[in-house]
Design a protein around this ligand. Sequence first.
Ligand code: FMN
Length: 183
Amino acid sequence: MELITIAVLTGTTRAQRQSHKVAHYIAEFGRQLAGVEIIVVDPTEFNFPGDGNDPEGKDSRYSEITARADAFFVITPEYNHSFPGSLKRMLDSELENYNHKPVAFAGVSDGNWGGVRAVESLVPAVRETGLVTLSWDVYFPHVQAMFEATGALKPEYAERYDRNLGKLFDELLLFARLLKQIR
Ligand SMILES: Cc1cc2nc3c(=O)[nH]c(=O)nc-3n(C[C@H](O)[C@H](O)[C@H](O)COP(=O)(O)O)c2cc1C
């Protein structure tokens, strides 16, 4: 089986970020799948000077990861009905490396809606980059109540989320394999 590399992008640099627990859960889930390599991309560990995708606005480590990735999984919290600026800045720093590669989304919020407005506002932005969106996502409302202090997803959520995430990874991998053939 051909190895598929998935870059898991975490959406915020906020020190108290709850969405990082979601990113960790999704990354660990992906690591259990056969033939999958997961690379977690945390914007706190990268440096993107200025704006845009000129050579001086890139971080070469992010360029290498995005060139290598066959697919992307973006975890975004909702900030003022949109997605965080640090995620936009990171996404903006590349262009060709995204073309004809699929992307899945996880939305996160501390309220009822699970970050759906953040994901809805991400879709047109990533579409412009050449990333290929899927027809469904996964959402984590009331995220502050979903995880144990250890960072593990609480047992009452695990069965449903494991099932939904499994289906989403299946779809992401299907498109990753298909699109790899035409790149
Ligand atoms: C600047 C800012 C704006 C926010 N705006 C919203 C919002 O519009 N809708 C919402 O449901 N939650 C909003 N939240 C709360 C987040 O849902 C909450 O912080 C949640 O834990 C996910 O983000 P985190 O990874 O930063 O913790 C906002 C949080 C911040 C810091």
